[in-house]
Every structure is written in C-alpha cells, then in structure tokens.
Design a protein around this ligand. Structure first.
Ligand code: FAD
Ligand code: NAP
Length: 248
C-alpha cells in the first residue's frame, strides 16, 4: 500500500451513460503530456489497478482521467461509482513514450484517437511545446456517436489561442452528423478526405503521427500508412513517423 498515493475525488463528471472524467487531488510528481499512470481500488481484498492517461496538462491540477465504463469491467465499473470526497489510489509516477520529446522534427503533427484515446492528446495540445515544435497540429477524434465528442470546451480554448495552427476534426461513424467526417480514420486517410479537411498532406517528409485508443484502429491505420504512404513505426533507435498507444 505504501507504494501508492492516496487521492481524493474532486469530481466525477459524467458526459453520458458510459463516459466519465474523474478529477483527483493528489500529491502527484512531475510528468510529461501524453503519459499515463495507474489507478487502483481494493476490491474483495485484492488491489485492482489499470493504466489511465493523464488528460490535464503537466502544470494543471486536479489530475484528470477520461474513462469509459466497460460493461462488466472490473475497475472501470467501480471508478464510475466514485463521488466527490471518495478516496482512491494512484501510482506515484507517470510512464509512457507517447510524448512530444520522443519525436523527430516534422512540419505537421497528426494526433489520431478513437474514444477515450483522445485523453493524452488533450494534455499535449494544452502544452506550449506542441506549438513550438510543429507548424500545424491536427487532432482527429473518432467516435461512434456525436454525444461522445467530449472536451469541446478545451478544444475551443485551444482553437481560440492557436487558430492558424490547430485543426480539430471530429469523426462520427454510426450516425449522421453535419459537422463531422463520417466513417473510420484509415478510410478517411485512404480516400483523401482527412487531408482535404486539414489542407495538409500526410507524408513521411512532413508528418509525425500519434495513434491512441482502439487497437484495431491503430493496426489498420498503421498498415495503411506503411503500405500506402511509405511511413514506418517510430522508435528512438530507428526513427520513423508513427507512434502508438494501444488501450487494450
Ligand atoms: C497505456 C494505457 C492507457 C490507458 N488509458 C486509458 C484511459 O485514459 N481511459 C480509459 O478509459 N481506458 C484506458 N486504458 C484502458 C484501461 O487501463 C482499462 O483496460 C479499462 O478501464 C478497462 O478496465 P476494466 O477493469 O474495467 O475492464 P477489464 O475487465 O480489464 O476489461 C478489459 C476490456 O475492456 C475493453 N476496454 C478497455 N479499455 C477500453 C477503452 N478505453 N475503451 C473501450 N474499451 C475498452 C476491452 O475490450 C478490454 O479487453 C488504458 C490502457 C493502457 C494500456
Ligand atoms: N459506443 C457505444 O455506444 C457502446 C455501447 C455499448 C458497448 N460499447 C462497448 O464499449 C467499448 C468501447 O466503445 P467505444 O465506442 O468507445 O470505442 P470503439 O468501439 O473503439 O469505437 C470508437 C471509434 O473507433 C472506430 N473503430 C473501431 N474499429 C476500428 C478499426 N479497425 N479501424 C478504424 N476505426 C475503428 C469505430 O468505428 P465503427 O463505429 O465503424 O466501429 C468508432 O468510430 C467497445 O468494447 C464496445 O463494444 C460501446
């Protein structure tokens, strides 16, 4: 137990029947935008912990975690029940390489997320570094239904500050939505709709791509970018253009 920090729930904001933002006060150490930590609750005498991305920028408090209540999920169903004043455990550090300091130089940064995978990108677009490193930052948030296009207030604030450099692309796959692209991320890249929307070309010379969320989306998008756009997965030892974080 001593390896965990005690955190207090400040707010459990419910966006719809399954999506929540859990805001916590804790004495949490410094971290980089894009990283995750672990949340834990003792359930039937056992400590159950799972990784969750930090949505707040490194200089912001409270800590913010955007999560989906997975039907039958061991931890997320318990997180969904937390209310203001409840206690929860947080790992005493952040980890993860979905961070801007890992990336080679490029003109454009594409942040491509499904569902709750938009969380680490919220933290990233709130940092100054994103706007120092890239001429243009594109955020694609792909969801099934319009009601899942959350964090609109944060997005509007960034849009207001970075009007020439920030492009937000909502995508809705399972209902008609007038202001969003329809369908899935890899299809919208393949048929050119995404680049038409952003006015920038996705190419190995100009673009860095970060992918987060559904592992099938990540695989399909990576396959497409490798086969059709000549990109490759990025690592520090073998630099490329595609950085990923699969949520399951
Ligand atoms: C590095 C990392 C960061 C993560 N960050 C987040 C985050 O910020 N927000 C978040 O909601 N989840 C995040 N996850 C997933 C999270 O850790 C748990 O897997 C999730 O909360 C389900 O846990 P559970 O105990 O309720 O369900 P379990 O009983 O462990 O069930 C797991 C199943 O739930 C489904 N699932 C898990 N995560 C998601 C998801 N995000 N969206 C849709 N379906 C999912 C999958 O089908 C998976 O097989 C992250 C995972 C990783 C590896
Ligand atoms: N969202 C809901 O209303 C709902 C309701 C009940 C249960 N659930 C469960 O909750 C979990 C998460 O749901 P979620 O809606 O947050 O996430 P999700 O299933 O990951 O869907 C988010 C977005 O990712 C897209 N996507 C899925 N597979 C893809 C692929 N291979 N390539 C590209 N894009 C892909 C989806 O498109 P498509 O729509 O084309 O698949 C959708 O636009 C799932 O396990 C689901 O079974 C969701």
């Amino acid at each position: 137990m001593s390896d965990w920090l005690q955190a207090t729930v400040v707010e459990n904001k419910q966006w719809n029947d399954r999506l929540h933002s859990l805001r916590l006060e804790a004495d949490f150490p410094a971290f980089k935008a894009g990283q995750f930590t672990r949340l834990a609750i003792e359930i039937d005498g056992e400590l159950v912990s799972r990784p969750f991305s930090l949505v707040n920028a490194p200089d912001e408090r409270p800590l913010d975690f955007y999560f989906i209540e997975v039907p039958g999920g061991q931890l997320s169903t318990r997180l969904a029940q937390l209310t203001t004043g409840d206690e929860i455990m947080v790992a005493p550090k952040a980890s993860g390489l979905l961070t801007l300091d890992q990336l080679p130089e490029a003109k454009h940064l594409y942040l491509l997320a499904t569902g709750t995978g938009v969380g680490p990108f919220m933290s990233i677009i709130k940092t100054d570094l994103a706007w120092e490193l890239f001429e243009k930052v594109v955020l694609v948030h792909a969801v099934r239904f319009e009601s899942e296009l959350t964090y609109q207030e944060t997005i509007a604030q960034v849009q207001a500050k970075q009007s020439d450099n920030f492009v937000y692309v909502p995508m809705v796959s399972r209902e008609q939505c007038d202001f969003a692209l329809s369908g899935r991320i890899p299809d919208a890249i393949d048929d050119g709709r995404l680049e038409h929307w952003t006015g920038t070309e996705i190419s190995p010379e100009q673009s860095q791509i970060m992918l987060c969320g559904n592992p099938a989306m990540i695989q399909d998008t990576m396959d497409l970018l490798i086969k059709k756009r000549g990109m490759k997965k990025h690592s520090r030892r073998d630099p490329g253009q595609i950085s990923i974080e699969k949520y399951w």
